[in-house]
Design a protein. Sequence first.
Length: 259
Amino acid sequence: MSYILTDISKQIAVLTISRPDALNAINNEVIKDLSTAIKSCIDNNNVGVIILTGSGDKAFVAGADIKRMQALGPKDAYEFGKTGQQMTVLIENSPKPIIAAVNGFALGGGCEISMACHIRVASETAVFGQPEVLLGILPGWGGTQRLPRLVGTGIANEIITTGRMINASEAKSIGLVNHVVPSNELMNKCTEIGDQILKNGPNAIAHSLECIRRGIGTTIEAGLKIEVNKFSNLFGTDEANEGLSAFVEKRKPNFRGTK
């Protein structure tokens, strides 16, 4: 039995983490299933955008499975941390945009998974937080690294060291999420964004995401070198030729083989 439900329609894959009895808390099995599902979508030519959400209306991912974590020693905790980090890096490095549809609690590992996604859309009932310090531990799947990059060091310091939860409105105000919508509009908003993305060149999108990712944390000079190389390499490709020709001919480009 897989903990991930997959639905693919019109080049958008919706991956739903399904452990409703545990508020979609993450354990090793969920990590494995989610990683497999994401890799499958990346390799699927019929998928251009991935939406990641949680089952039910209470939680996106309420965190890691605390009962399992309680039994971990340092060695096992290291392996669990590395496995979770590998999953979030897989999400972050996806050449296909991954949109987090945050439909409730996104705490601990859930917040870290959402931050690894390229775009975050939250329902009005969403709640975010890195409460690990309340348990005497710290975020281990990228929270200390991605949160400061998204919201700034000072705000990240406060969120992580207090362990407090923040609502969707505050998450929007600090730049943690892109949009906040009513719960019944969440998936429609994510699909709307996905449809906008699908109109554009898939290689151009993948290379743009790579430029953004690789440029963070480096100098502007190094980032510009990455950018100009990716920019120039697209010229002469079928995708760029189609896009440029379509503009000159005043028609919509056909990037993905559909009209």
